[in-house]
Design a protein around this ligand. Structure first.
Ligand code: C2E
Ligand code: MG
Ligand code: MG
Length: 601
Protein backbone atom coordinates (compact mmCIF):
# COMPACT_ATOMS: atom_id res chain seq x y z
CA UNK A 1 0.00 0.00 0.00
CA UNK A 2 2.76 2.41 0.84
CA UNK A 3 4.40 1.85 -2.52
CA UNK A 4 1.16 2.47 -4.23
CA UNK A 5 0.78 5.90 -2.64
CA UNK A 6 4.36 6.98 -2.26
CA UNK A 7 5.10 7.11 -5.91
CA UNK A 8 2.24 9.34 -6.98
CA UNK A 9 2.83 11.55 -3.95
CA UNK A 10 6.48 12.01 -4.82
CA UNK A 11 5.70 12.83 -8.42
CA UNK A 12 2.95 15.25 -7.38
CA UNK A 13 5.30 17.02 -4.97
CA UNK A 14 7.85 17.37 -7.73
CA UNK A 15 5.12 18.85 -9.89
CA UNK A 16 4.37 21.43 -7.21
CA UNK A 17 8.03 22.36 -6.92
CA UNK A 18 8.38 22.77 -10.68
CA UNK A 19 5.21 24.77 -10.77
CA UNK A 20 6.27 27.07 -7.96
CA UNK A 21 9.52 27.74 -9.75
CA UNK A 22 7.89 28.53 -13.05
CA UNK A 23 5.50 31.18 -11.74
CA UNK A 24 4.59 32.55 -8.32
CA UNK A 25 1.33 31.30 -6.89
CA UNK A 26 0.48 34.46 -4.97
CA UNK A 27 0.31 38.04 -6.26
CA UNK A 28 2.13 39.53 -3.32
CA UNK A 29 3.51 38.85 0.13
CA UNK A 30 0.34 40.19 1.66
CA UNK A 31 -1.79 37.87 -0.43
CA UNK A 32 0.45 35.01 0.63
CA UNK A 33 0.00 36.03 4.26
CA UNK A 34 -3.75 36.38 4.15
CA UNK A 35 -4.47 33.28 2.06
CA UNK A 36 -2.10 30.80 3.64
CA UNK A 37 -3.35 31.66 7.12
CA UNK A 38 -6.87 30.59 6.10
CA UNK A 39 -8.54 27.79 8.03
CA UNK A 40 -9.06 24.83 5.73
CA UNK A 41 -11.47 22.15 6.90
CA UNK A 42 -11.38 18.66 5.42
CA UNK A 43 -14.21 16.23 5.88
CA UNK A 44 -13.40 12.80 4.43
CA UNK A 45 -13.77 9.33 5.91
CA UNK A 46 -10.48 8.16 4.37
CA UNK A 47 -7.43 9.50 6.25
CA UNK A 48 -5.14 8.91 3.30
CA UNK A 49 -7.07 11.45 1.23
CA UNK A 50 -6.92 14.22 3.81
CA UNK A 51 -3.28 13.44 4.48
CA UNK A 52 -2.37 13.81 0.80
CA UNK A 53 -4.27 17.08 0.45
CA UNK A 54 -2.62 18.43 3.56
CA UNK A 55 0.86 17.56 2.29
CA UNK A 56 0.21 19.28 -1.02
CA UNK A 57 -1.18 22.40 0.58
CA UNK A 58 1.54 22.61 3.21
CA UNK A 59 4.07 22.49 0.42
CA UNK A 60 2.86 25.91 -0.79
CA UNK A 61 2.50 27.46 2.67
CA UNK A 62 -0.94 26.70 4.10
CA UNK A 63 -0.78 25.91 7.78
CA UNK A 64 -4.23 25.83 9.40
CA UNK A 65 -6.07 22.55 8.92
CA UNK A 66 -9.09 21.12 10.63
CA UNK A 67 -9.57 17.50 9.76
CA UNK A 68 -12.30 15.01 10.55
CA UNK A 69 -12.91 11.49 9.30
CA UNK A 70 -16.15 11.15 11.22
CA UNK A 71 -18.93 12.90 9.34
CA UNK A 72 -21.13 12.87 12.45
CA UNK A 73 -18.67 15.13 14.23
CA UNK A 74 -18.48 17.53 11.28
CA UNK A 75 -21.39 19.73 12.39
CA UNK A 76 -19.93 20.38 15.78
CA UNK A 77 -16.52 21.21 14.33
CA UNK A 78 -18.00 23.54 11.72
CA UNK A 79 -19.75 25.52 14.43
CA UNK A 80 -16.73 25.66 16.66
CA UNK A 81 -13.98 26.39 14.14
CA UNK A 82 -15.68 28.56 11.51
CA UNK A 83 -13.42 27.51 8.62
CA UNK A 84 -12.68 29.75 5.63
CA UNK A 85 -13.12 26.91 3.16
CA UNK A 86 -14.43 23.34 3.39
CA UNK A 87 -13.14 20.40 1.35
CA UNK A 88 -15.95 17.91 1.42
CA UNK A 89 -16.13 14.24 0.43
CA UNK A 90 -19.55 13.17 -0.78
CA UNK A 91 -19.63 9.46 -0.05
CA UNK A 92 -19.34 8.87 3.67
CA UNK A 93 -21.08 6.44 6.00
CA UNK A 94 -23.85 7.68 8.37
CA UNK A 95 -23.98 11.34 7.26
CA UNK A 96 -23.30 12.00 3.58
CA UNK A 97 -21.52 15.00 2.08
CA UNK A 98 -24.87 16.16 0.67
CA UNK A 99 -26.33 16.29 4.18
CA UNK A 100 -23.39 18.27 5.44
CA UNK A 101 -23.61 20.68 2.51
CA UNK A 102 -27.32 21.20 3.15
CA UNK A 103 -26.64 21.99 6.78
CA UNK A 104 -23.76 24.36 5.94
CA UNK A 105 -26.05 26.40 3.70
CA UNK A 106 -28.92 26.38 6.17
CA UNK A 107 -27.00 27.83 9.10
CA UNK A 108 -26.52 31.61 9.19
CA UNK A 109 -22.92 31.42 10.31
CA UNK A 110 -21.72 29.15 7.49
CA UNK A 111 -24.21 30.19 4.83
CA UNK A 112 -21.51 31.77 2.66
CA UNK A 113 -18.56 29.54 3.55
CA UNK A 114 -17.09 28.21 0.31
CA UNK A 115 -17.32 24.45 -0.15
CA UNK A 116 -15.22 22.45 -2.62
CA UNK A 117 -16.45 18.94 -3.32
CA UNK A 118 -13.86 16.15 -3.52
CA UNK A 119 -15.38 13.23 -5.30
CA UNK A 120 -14.51 10.19 -7.35
CA UNK A 121 -17.91 10.09 -9.01
CA UNK A 122 -17.89 12.26 -12.07
CA UNK A 123 -21.43 11.67 -13.29
CA UNK A 124 -23.49 14.70 -14.19
CA UNK A 125 -26.29 13.93 -11.76
CA UNK A 126 -24.05 14.00 -8.69
CA UNK A 127 -22.44 17.23 -9.84
CA UNK A 128 -25.77 18.93 -10.50
CA UNK A 129 -27.12 17.88 -7.14
CA UNK A 130 -24.10 19.25 -5.31
CA UNK A 131 -24.25 22.49 -7.28
CA UNK A 132 -27.94 22.83 -6.55
CA UNK A 133 -27.20 22.49 -2.85
CA UNK A 134 -24.67 25.30 -3.08
CA UNK A 135 -21.27 23.70 -3.73
CA UNK A 136 -18.75 26.19 -5.10
CA UNK A 137 -16.34 23.91 -6.91
CA UNK A 138 -15.35 20.33 -7.73
CA UNK A 139 -12.17 18.31 -7.57
CA UNK A 140 -11.91 14.78 -8.94
CA UNK A 141 -10.18 12.04 -6.98
CA UNK A 142 -7.39 11.15 -7.08
CA UNK A 143 -6.51 14.75 -6.54
CA UNK A 144 -4.23 16.50 -8.99
CA UNK A 145 -1.97 18.67 -6.83
CA UNK A 146 -1.72 21.68 -9.17
CA UNK A 147 -5.44 21.80 -9.70
CA UNK A 148 -6.09 21.51 -5.96
CA UNK A 149 -3.71 24.34 -5.16
CA UNK A 150 -5.15 26.65 -7.79
CA UNK A 151 -8.78 25.97 -6.89
CA UNK A 152 -8.09 26.56 -3.20
CA UNK A 153 -6.24 29.78 -3.97
CA UNK A 154 -9.00 31.10 -6.24
CA UNK A 155 -11.75 30.21 -3.83
CA UNK A 156 -9.97 31.86 -0.91
CA UNK A 157 -9.10 34.96 -2.94
CA UNK A 158 -12.76 35.37 -3.81
CA UNK A 159 -13.68 34.95 -0.15
CA UNK A 160 -11.17 37.57 0.97
CA UNK A 161 -12.63 40.01 -1.52
CA UNK A 162 -16.16 39.21 -0.44
CA UNK A 163 -15.25 39.59 3.23
CA UNK A 164 -13.66 42.92 2.47
CA UNK A 165 -16.77 44.19 0.73
CA UNK A 166 -18.90 43.03 3.61
CA UNK A 167 -16.76 44.41 6.41
CA UNK A 168 -14.87 47.39 4.99
CA UNK A 169 -15.71 50.71 3.48
CA UNK A 170 -14.54 50.86 -0.11
CA UNK A 171 -13.68 54.56 -0.16
CA UNK A 172 -11.48 54.72 2.92
CA UNK A 173 -10.56 51.08 3.44
CA UNK A 174 -11.70 51.42 7.04
CA UNK A 175 -14.00 48.93 8.78
CA UNK A 176 -17.62 49.80 8.05
CA UNK A 177 -20.61 50.33 10.31
CA UNK A 178 -21.44 46.61 10.55
CA UNK A 179 -17.93 45.79 11.61
CA UNK A 180 -17.89 48.65 14.09
CA UNK A 181 -21.15 47.43 15.60
CA UNK A 182 -19.73 43.94 15.93
CA UNK A 183 -16.59 45.28 17.62
CA UNK A 184 -18.67 47.38 19.96
CA UNK A 185 -20.88 44.44 20.89
CA UNK A 186 -17.80 42.46 21.67
CA UNK A 187 -16.31 45.30 23.73
CA UNK A 188 -19.54 45.81 25.70
CA UNK A 189 -19.70 42.13 26.47
CA UNK A 190 -16.11 42.14 27.59
CA UNK A 191 -16.54 45.24 29.73
CA UNK A 192 -19.31 43.59 31.72
CA UNK A 193 -17.49 40.28 31.99
CA UNK A 194 -14.18 41.77 33.05
CA UNK A 195 -15.51 44.85 34.82
CA UNK A 196 -13.57 47.29 32.65
CA UNK A 197 -14.59 50.58 31.07
CA UNK A 198 -14.49 51.57 27.46
CA UNK A 199 -15.52 54.49 25.32
CA UNK A 200 -16.72 55.36 21.88
CA UNK A 201 -15.92 58.58 20.10
CA UNK A 202 -18.20 59.61 17.27
CA UNK A 203 -16.47 62.00 14.90
CA UNK A 204 -18.27 64.16 12.41
CA UNK A 205 -16.66 66.51 9.91
CA UNK A 206 -18.10 69.99 10.37
CA UNK A 207 -19.75 71.59 7.34
CA UNK A 208 -19.05 68.56 5.22
CA UNK A 209 -22.34 68.85 3.39
CA UNK A 210 -21.48 72.40 2.43
CA UNK A 211 -18.12 71.29 1.04
CA UNK A 212 -19.73 68.43 -0.83
CA UNK A 213 -22.46 70.63 -2.26
CA UNK A 214 -20.26 73.50 -3.34
CA UNK A 215 -17.10 71.71 -4.49
CA UNK A 216 -18.71 68.48 -5.62
CA UNK A 217 -18.73 64.90 -4.36
CA UNK A 218 -15.37 64.15 -6.01
CA UNK A 219 -13.68 66.65 -3.74
CA UNK A 220 -15.75 65.38 -0.83
CA UNK A 221 -14.54 61.84 -1.45
CA UNK A 222 -10.89 62.82 -1.62
CA UNK A 223 -11.31 64.86 1.54
CA UNK A 224 -12.80 61.86 3.32
CA UNK A 225 -9.86 59.75 2.25
CA UNK A 226 -7.41 62.37 3.49
CA UNK A 227 -9.15 62.71 6.83
CA UNK A 228 -9.34 58.97 7.34
CA UNK A 229 -5.66 58.65 6.48
CA UNK A 230 -4.80 61.22 9.14
CA UNK A 231 -7.02 59.51 11.67
CA UNK A 232 -5.39 56.17 10.93
CA UNK A 233 -2.01 57.74 11.55
CA UNK A 234 -2.90 59.31 14.84
CA UNK A 235 -4.82 56.46 16.43
CA UNK A 236 -1.99 54.39 17.61
CA UNK A 237 -2.37 50.67 17.89
CA UNK A 238 -2.04 50.83 21.66
CA UNK A 239 -5.11 53.04 22.00
CA UNK A 240 -7.23 50.17 20.96
CA UNK A 241 -7.39 46.48 21.29
CA UNK A 242 -5.84 45.50 18.06
CA UNK A 243 -7.04 42.37 16.43
CA UNK A 244 -9.89 40.84 18.26
CA UNK A 245 -11.02 37.97 16.25
CA UNK A 246 -11.39 36.86 12.73
CA UNK A 247 -11.13 39.56 10.07
CA UNK A 248 -11.58 42.37 12.55
CA UNK A 249 -9.57 45.47 11.86
CA UNK A 250 -6.40 46.50 13.59
CA UNK A 251 -7.62 49.71 15.12
CA UNK A 252 -10.94 50.67 16.59
CA UNK A 253 -11.39 53.33 13.89
CA UNK A 254 -14.29 52.84 11.49
CA UNK A 255 -16.23 54.85 8.97
CA UNK A 256 -19.82 54.49 10.02
CA UNK A 257 -21.58 56.90 7.71
CA UNK A 258 -21.13 59.57 5.05
CA UNK A 259 -18.92 61.92 7.02
CA UNK A 260 -19.02 60.05 10.30
CA UNK A 261 -16.22 58.09 11.84
CA UNK A 262 -16.17 56.19 15.11
CA UNK A 263 -13.36 55.22 17.41
CA UNK A 264 -13.72 52.38 19.86
CA UNK A 265 -11.57 52.39 22.97
CA UNK A 266 -12.50 49.08 24.52
CA UNK A 267 -10.34 49.33 27.59
CA UNK A 268 -9.65 52.61 29.35
CA UNK A 269 -8.28 52.68 32.85
CA UNK A 270 -9.13 56.30 33.61
CA UNK A 271 -11.36 58.78 31.90
CA UNK A 272 -8.28 60.95 31.61
CA UNK A 273 -6.90 58.46 29.10
CA UNK A 274 -9.42 59.74 26.60
CA UNK A 275 -8.04 63.30 26.49
CA UNK A 276 -4.69 62.65 24.88
CA UNK A 277 -6.51 60.77 22.16
CA UNK A 278 -9.04 63.54 21.62
CA UNK A 279 -6.20 66.05 21.57
CA UNK A 280 -4.29 64.05 19.01
CA UNK A 281 -7.35 63.78 16.79
CA UNK A 282 -8.07 67.50 16.96
CA UNK A 283 -4.44 68.32 16.26
CA UNK A 284 -4.02 66.03 13.30
CA UNK A 285 -7.14 67.34 11.60
CA UNK A 286 -5.97 70.93 11.93
CA UNK A 287 -3.51 71.51 9.06
CA UNK A 288 -5.01 72.46 5.71
CA UNK A 289 -6.17 69.66 3.41
CA UNK A 290 -5.58 69.96 -0.31
CA UNK A 291 -8.12 67.84 -2.12
CA UNK A 292 -7.85 68.43 -5.87
CA UNK A 293 -5.99 71.75 -5.60
CA UNK A 294 -8.43 73.26 -3.13
CA UNK A 295 -7.21 74.42 0.24
CA UNK A 296 -9.60 73.46 3.01
CA UNK A 297 -9.38 73.90 6.74
CA UNK A 298 -11.51 71.19 8.18
CA UNK A 299 -12.72 70.87 11.74
CA UNK A 300 -14.52 68.05 13.45
CA UNK A 301 -16.94 67.57 16.30
CA UNK A 302 -16.64 64.66 18.68
CA UNK A 303 -19.32 63.05 20.83
CA UNK A 304 -18.06 60.77 23.58
CA UNK A 305 -19.91 58.06 25.49
CA UNK A 306 -18.32 55.89 28.15
CA UNK A 307 -19.47 52.39 28.94
CA UNK A 308 -20.78 50.94 31.11
CA UNK A 309 -21.45 54.27 32.90
CA UNK A 310 -23.47 55.77 30.03
CA UNK A 311 -25.15 52.45 29.22
CA UNK A 312 -24.17 48.90 28.55
CA UNK A 313 -26.41 48.07 25.64
CA UNK A 314 -25.37 48.62 22.09
CA UNK A 315 -28.20 50.91 21.08
CA UNK A 316 -28.10 52.94 24.26
CA UNK A 317 -24.41 53.64 24.03
CA UNK A 318 -24.67 54.55 20.34
CA UNK A 319 -27.58 56.87 21.04
CA UNK A 320 -25.71 58.57 23.86
CA UNK A 321 -22.65 59.16 21.73
CA UNK A 322 -25.00 60.70 19.17
CA UNK A 323 -26.54 63.03 21.72
CA UNK A 324 -23.07 64.12 22.83
CA UNK A 325 -22.12 64.74 19.21
CA UNK A 326 -25.21 66.87 18.68
CA UNK A 327 -24.22 68.93 21.72
CA UNK A 328 -20.74 69.39 20.35
CA UNK A 329 -22.26 70.60 17.07
CA UNK A 330 -24.59 72.97 18.88
CA UNK A 331 -21.60 74.57 20.57
CA UNK A 332 -20.46 75.64 17.13
CA UNK A 333 -18.48 72.56 16.11
CA UNK A 334 -14.73 72.13 16.29
CA UNK A 335 -15.01 70.65 19.75
CA UNK A 336 -15.96 67.66 21.76
CA UNK A 337 -18.60 66.80 24.29
CA UNK A 338 -19.12 64.01 26.77
CA UNK A 339 -22.53 62.47 27.15
CA UNK A 340 -22.28 62.62 30.92
CA UNK A 341 -21.99 65.91 32.73
CA UNK A 342 -19.85 66.27 35.78
CA UNK A 343 -16.70 65.00 34.15
CA UNK A 344 -15.12 68.22 35.24
CA UNK A 345 -11.61 67.10 35.82
CA UNK A 346 -8.75 69.47 35.33
CA UNK A 347 -7.94 67.94 31.99
CA UNK A 348 -11.41 68.58 30.71
CA UNK A 349 -11.37 72.19 31.69
CA UNK A 350 -7.98 72.52 30.09
CA UNK A 351 -9.11 70.90 26.93
CA UNK A 352 -12.23 73.01 26.89
CA UNK A 353 -10.09 76.07 27.27
CA UNK A 354 -7.88 74.90 24.43
CA UNK A 355 -10.97 74.60 22.31
CA UNK A 356 -12.10 78.07 23.25
CA UNK A 357 -8.67 79.54 22.66
CA UNK A 358 -8.74 78.18 19.15
CA UNK A 359 -11.77 80.33 18.49
CA UNK A 360 -10.69 83.33 20.55
CA UNK A 361 -8.97 85.27 17.77
CA UNK A 362 -11.95 84.93 15.43
CA UNK A 363 -14.32 85.99 18.17
CA UNK A 364 -12.47 89.20 18.99
CA UNK A 365 -11.62 87.94 22.43
CA UNK A 366 -7.92 88.79 22.23
CA UNK A 367 -6.85 92.26 23.21
CA UNK A 368 -3.50 93.99 23.31
CA UNK A 369 -2.55 95.88 26.46
CA UNK A 370 0.35 98.31 26.54
CA UNK A 371 2.82 98.95 29.31
CA UNK A 372 4.89 102.13 29.15
CA UNK A 373 8.69 101.98 29.02
CA UNK A 374 10.29 105.04 30.59
CA UNK A 375 13.54 106.89 30.64
CA UNK A 376 15.03 106.22 34.09
CA UNK A 377 16.49 109.73 34.41
CA UNK A 378 13.70 111.88 32.98
CA UNK A 379 10.62 109.73 33.56
CA UNK A 380 9.53 110.30 29.99
CA UNK A 381 7.61 107.56 28.17
CA UNK A 382 9.87 106.43 25.37
CA UNK A 383 8.27 103.19 24.35
CA UNK A 384 5.76 100.50 25.22
CA UNK A 385 5.55 96.75 25.44
CA UNK A 386 2.53 95.10 23.87
CA UNK A 387 1.18 92.38 26.18
CA UNK A 388 -1.66 90.18 25.08
CA UNK A 389 -4.79 89.48 27.08
CA UNK A 390 -7.56 87.01 26.47
CA UNK A 391 -10.98 88.30 27.38
CA UNK A 392 -12.62 84.99 28.17
CA UNK A 393 -16.41 85.36 28.10
CA UNK A 394 -16.81 83.53 31.42
CA UNK A 395 -13.45 83.63 33.16
CA UNK A 396 -12.58 87.26 32.44
CA UNK A 397 -9.03 88.33 31.63
CA UNK A 398 -6.73 85.35 31.17
CA UNK A 399 -3.00 85.89 31.52
CA UNK A 400 -0.64 85.01 28.69
CA UNK A 401 1.36 82.91 31.11
CA UNK A 402 -1.70 80.62 31.14
CA UNK A 403 -2.76 80.67 27.52
CA UNK A 404 0.60 80.83 25.74
CA UNK A 405 1.69 77.37 26.99
CA UNK A 406 -1.77 76.10 26.06
CA UNK A 407 -1.46 77.63 22.61
CA UNK A 408 1.85 75.89 22.20
CA UNK A 409 0.27 72.55 23.01
CA UNK A 410 -2.36 72.92 20.35
CA UNK A 411 -0.10 74.41 17.70
CA UNK A 412 -1.65 77.82 17.91
CA UNK A 413 1.49 79.88 18.47
CA UNK A 414 1.80 81.00 14.85
CA UNK A 415 -1.75 82.33 15.00
CA UNK A 416 -1.04 84.08 18.29
CA UNK A 417 2.16 85.66 17.01
CA UNK A 418 0.54 86.78 13.81
CA UNK A 419 -2.34 88.28 15.68
CA UNK A 420 0.07 90.12 18.01
CA UNK A 421 1.88 91.73 15.09
CA UNK A 422 -1.20 92.68 13.16
CA UNK A 423 -2.78 94.10 16.26
CA UNK A 424 0.20 96.11 17.51
CA UNK A 425 1.16 97.45 14.07
CA UNK A 426 -2.47 98.23 13.30
CA UNK A 427 -2.81 100.10 16.58
CA UNK A 428 0.30 102.18 15.90
CA UNK A 429 -1.02 103.07 12.49
CA UNK A 430 -4.41 104.03 13.91
CA UNK A 431 -2.80 106.29 16.53
CA UNK A 432 -0.68 107.94 13.92
CA UNK A 433 -3.66 108.49 11.63
CA UNK A 434 -5.42 110.51 14.31
CA UNK A 435 -2.32 112.58 14.95
CA UNK A 436 -1.13 111.00 18.18
CA UNK A 437 2.51 110.93 19.10
CA UNK A 438 3.69 107.40 18.87
CA UNK A 439 6.60 105.59 20.47
CA UNK A 440 8.18 102.29 19.43
CA UNK A 441 6.19 99.29 20.57
CA UNK A 442 7.95 96.08 21.59
CA UNK A 443 6.22 92.89 20.54
CA UNK A 444 6.95 89.52 22.11
CA UNK A 445 7.53 86.65 19.78
CA UNK A 446 7.54 82.99 20.75
CA UNK A 447 10.58 80.88 20.22
CA UNK A 448 8.58 78.58 17.97
CA UNK A 449 7.85 81.21 15.33
CA UNK A 450 11.38 82.38 15.61
CA UNK A 451 12.96 78.96 15.36
CA UNK A 452 11.23 78.18 12.12
CA UNK A 453 12.11 81.55 10.62
CA UNK A 454 8.39 82.14 10.24
CA UNK A 455 8.75 85.41 12.10
CA UNK A 456 10.18 87.06 8.98
CA UNK A 457 6.99 86.49 7.00
CA UNK A 458 4.85 87.48 9.95
CA UNK A 459 6.67 90.79 10.38
CA UNK A 460 6.74 91.53 6.67
CA UNK A 461 3.01 90.85 6.30
CA UNK A 462 2.10 93.05 9.23
CA UNK A 463 4.29 95.90 8.02
CA UNK A 464 3.01 95.68 4.46
CA UNK A 465 -0.59 95.58 5.54
CA UNK A 466 -0.27 98.57 7.87
CA UNK A 467 2.44 100.47 5.94
CA UNK A 468 4.02 101.28 9.27
CA UNK A 469 7.62 102.50 9.43
CA UNK A 470 9.63 99.59 10.91
CA UNK A 471 11.38 101.97 13.28
CA UNK A 472 8.23 101.93 15.39
CA UNK A 473 8.55 98.21 16.01
CA UNK A 474 10.83 96.29 18.33
CA UNK A 475 10.95 92.55 18.70
CA UNK A 476 11.38 90.81 22.04
CA UNK A 477 12.84 87.36 22.17
CA UNK A 478 13.85 85.43 25.23
CA UNK A 479 17.45 84.63 25.80
CA UNK A 480 16.75 80.92 25.57
CA UNK A 481 14.96 81.25 22.26
CA UNK A 482 18.02 82.89 20.74
CA UNK A 483 20.53 80.51 22.26
CA UNK A 484 18.67 77.35 21.40
CA UNK A 485 19.90 77.29 17.88
CA UNK A 486 22.34 80.12 17.90
CA UNK A 487 23.96 79.67 14.49
CA UNK A 488 20.75 79.59 12.46
CA UNK A 489 19.18 82.25 14.61
CA UNK A 490 21.87 84.76 13.77
CA UNK A 491 20.74 84.56 10.16
CA UNK A 492 17.10 85.18 11.04
CA UNK A 493 18.11 88.07 13.29
CA UNK A 494 20.23 89.58 10.54
CA UNK A 495 17.35 89.47 8.11
CA UNK A 496 15.09 91.18 10.62
CA UNK A 497 17.74 93.84 11.14
CA UNK A 498 17.92 94.38 7.39
CA UNK A 499 14.20 95.06 7.46
CA UNK A 500 14.87 97.87 9.95
CA UNK A 501 13.52 96.08 13.02
CA UNK A 502 15.14 96.62 16.42
CA UNK A 503 15.79 93.52 18.49
CA UNK A 504 15.63 93.02 22.21
CA UNK A 505 16.58 90.12 24.49
CA UNK A 506 13.84 89.53 27.01
CA UNK A 507 14.16 88.08 30.52
CA UNK A 508 17.90 88.47 30.37
CA UNK A 509 19.81 86.65 33.08
CA UNK A 510 17.47 83.71 33.37
CA UNK A 511 18.96 81.80 30.46
CA UNK A 512 22.36 80.47 29.70
CA UNK A 513 23.86 82.84 27.18
CA UNK A 514 27.55 83.32 27.37
CA UNK A 515 28.25 86.98 27.49
CA UNK A 516 30.94 86.84 24.86
CA UNK A 517 28.53 85.17 22.47
CA UNK A 518 26.15 88.08 22.75
CA UNK A 519 28.57 90.12 20.72
CA UNK A 520 27.84 88.08 17.62
CA UNK A 521 24.09 88.72 17.79
CA UNK A 522 22.77 91.83 16.07
CA UNK A 523 20.68 92.88 19.07
CA UNK A 524 20.02 96.40 20.32
CA UNK A 525 18.62 95.94 23.78
CA UNK A 526 18.74 93.78 26.90
CA UNK A 527 15.85 93.54 29.32
CA UNK A 528 17.04 92.59 32.78
CA UNK A 529 14.65 90.01 34.13
CA UNK A 530 12.26 91.24 36.82
CA UNK A 531 13.49 88.65 39.32
CA UNK A 532 16.79 90.55 39.64
CA UNK A 533 15.06 93.88 40.09
CA UNK A 534 12.71 92.45 42.70
CA UNK A 535 15.64 91.54 44.95
CA UNK A 536 17.94 94.41 44.08
CA UNK A 537 17.61 95.99 47.53
CA UNK A 538 17.53 92.86 49.61
CA UNK A 539 19.87 90.44 47.91
CA UNK A 540 23.42 91.65 47.42
CA UNK A 541 24.01 89.09 44.67
CA UNK A 542 21.16 90.60 42.63
CA UNK A 543 22.75 94.01 42.81
CA UNK A 544 26.06 92.51 41.68
CA UNK A 545 24.40 90.83 38.71
CA UNK A 546 22.59 93.99 37.64
CA UNK A 547 25.81 95.98 37.85
CA UNK A 548 27.66 93.35 35.81
CA UNK A 549 24.99 93.30 33.13
CA UNK A 550 25.05 97.08 32.89
CA UNK A 551 28.82 97.15 32.58
CA UNK A 552 28.87 94.47 29.94
CA UNK A 553 26.01 96.04 27.98
CA UNK A 554 27.74 99.35 27.98
CA UNK A 555 30.93 97.84 26.60
CA UNK A 556 28.90 96.10 23.87
CA UNK A 557 26.95 99.27 23.12
CA UNK A 558 23.60 97.75 24.15
CA UNK A 559 20.64 99.59 25.56
CA UNK A 560 19.38 98.22 28.92
CA UNK A 561 15.81 98.06 30.22
CA UNK A 562 15.01 97.05 33.79
CA UNK A 563 11.79 95.04 34.03
CA UNK A 564 9.40 94.84 36.98
CA UNK A 565 10.18 98.08 38.78
CA UNK A 566 7.58 98.34 41.52
CA UNK A 567 8.96 100.87 44.01
CA UNK A 568 10.64 104.26 44.11
CA UNK A 569 13.59 102.69 45.93
CA UNK A 570 14.23 100.31 43.07
CA UNK A 571 14.00 103.16 40.61
CA UNK A 572 16.45 105.26 42.65
CA UNK A 573 19.11 102.54 42.52
CA UNK A 574 18.65 102.20 38.77
CA UNK A 575 19.18 105.94 38.46
CA UNK A 576 22.38 105.66 40.43
CA UNK A 577 23.55 102.77 38.28
CA UNK A 578 22.82 104.74 35.12
CA UNK A 579 20.39 102.23 33.71
CA UNK A 580 18.71 103.74 30.66
CA UNK A 581 15.15 102.55 30.75
CA UNK A 582 12.58 100.82 32.94
CA UNK A 583 9.09 99.46 32.99
CA UNK A 584 6.98 98.25 35.89
CA UNK A 585 3.97 98.65 38.10
CA UNK A 586 5.62 101.60 39.82
CA UNK A 587 4.59 103.79 36.93
CA UNK A 588 1.86 101.70 35.32
CA UNK A 589 0.58 98.20 34.79
CA UNK A 590 -0.13 97.14 31.23
CA UNK A 591 -3.30 99.01 30.21
CA UNK A 592 -5.76 98.93 27.29
CA UNK A 593 -4.76 100.95 24.21
CA UNK A 594 -7.13 103.80 25.04
CA UNK A 595 -5.65 104.32 28.48
CA UNK A 596 -2.13 104.10 27.12
CA UNK A 597 -2.75 107.05 24.79
CA UNK A 598 -3.95 109.04 27.76
CA UNK A 599 -0.73 108.20 29.60
CA UNK A 600 1.26 109.37 26.57
CA UNK A 601 -0.35 112.77 26.51
P1 C2E B 1 7.42 89.41 29.37
O1 C2E B 1 7.57 89.69 27.95
O2 C2E B 1 8.65 89.28 30.17
O3 C2E B 1 6.47 90.51 29.94
C1 C2E B 1 6.62 91.10 31.19
C2 C2E B 1 5.62 90.58 32.16
O4 C2E B 1 5.81 91.17 33.43
C3 C2E B 1 4.17 90.91 31.77
O5 C2E B 1 3.36 89.86 32.22
C4 C2E B 1 3.91 92.16 32.61
O6 C2E B 1 2.55 92.41 32.86
C5 C2E B 1 4.65 91.83 33.88
N1 C2E B 1 5.05 93.01 34.60
C6 C2E B 1 5.33 94.25 34.15
N2 C2E B 1 5.69 95.05 35.16
C7 C2E B 1 5.65 94.32 36.29
C8 C2E B 1 5.91 94.61 37.66
O7 C2E B 1 6.26 95.70 38.06
N3 C2E B 1 5.76 93.61 38.56
C9 C2E B 1 5.36 92.37 38.15
N4 C2E B 1 5.22 91.43 39.08
N5 C2E B 1 5.11 92.06 36.87
C10 C2E B 1 5.25 93.04 35.95
P2 C2E B 1 2.22 89.31 31.31
O8 C2E B 1 1.56 90.39 30.58
O9 C2E B 1 1.38 88.42 32.16
O10 C2E B 1 2.99 88.43 30.25
C11 C2E B 1 3.70 87.30 30.60
C12 C2E B 1 4.52 86.82 29.48
O11 C2E B 1 3.71 86.34 28.41
C13 C2E B 1 5.39 87.85 28.83
O12 C2E B 1 6.57 88.04 29.58
C14 C2E B 1 5.64 87.29 27.47
O13 C2E B 1 6.67 86.34 27.53
C15 C2E B 1 4.36 86.58 27.21
N6 C2E B 1 3.50 87.41 26.32
C16 C2E B 1 2.71 88.44 26.65
N7 C2E B 1 2.10 88.96 25.57
C17 C2E B 1 2.54 88.24 24.53
C18 C2E B 1 2.28 88.30 23.10
O14 C2E B 1 1.56 89.15 22.57
N8 C2E B 1 2.91 87.38 22.30
C19 C2E B 1 3.76 86.46 22.85
N9 C2E B 1 4.34 85.60 22.00
N10 C2E B 1 4.02 86.40 24.14
C20 C2E B 1 3.43 87.27 24.99
MG1 MG C 1 8.52 90.88 26.89
MG1 MG D 1 10.32 89.89 30.34
Amino acid sequence: MSDHFNDPEASELKKIKDYKQSEPLFDSDSQFESLTSAKIMMIDDEPINTEMVKIFLEEVGYKNFITTHDSVKAFELLDAKKPDVVLLDLKMPKVSGFDILKRIRAVEETKYTPVIILTSSTDAETKLKALRLGANDFLGKPVDSSELILRIRNTLAAKVYQDKLAHFDVLTDLPNRQTFTRHLEWALHKSIQEKISGSILKLDIDRFKEINDTLGPDVGDVLLQMISQRLKECLRYSDTIGKFGQDLSQTGLSRIGGNEFAVLLPNIKHLDDIFPIVKRIVKIIEPACHPKLYELYVTISIGIAVFPRDGHELNTILKHADIALTHAKQQGGNGFQFYADGLNTKSISQLKMANELRKAAGRDELEMFYQPKLNVQTGQIIGAEALMRWNHPKNGLVSPSVFIPLAEEINLLPVIDEWAFQSACGQQKAWKAVGKNIVPVSINITSQSFRQGRVIGTVRDALEKTKLDPKYIKLELTENAIMENAKENIEVLNRLKEMGIKLSIDDFGTGYSSLSYLNSFPVDELKIDQSFIAGILTKPSNLVIVKAVLAMASSLGLHVVAEGVETIEQLNILQELNCAEYQGYYFSKPVPAKEFVELLS
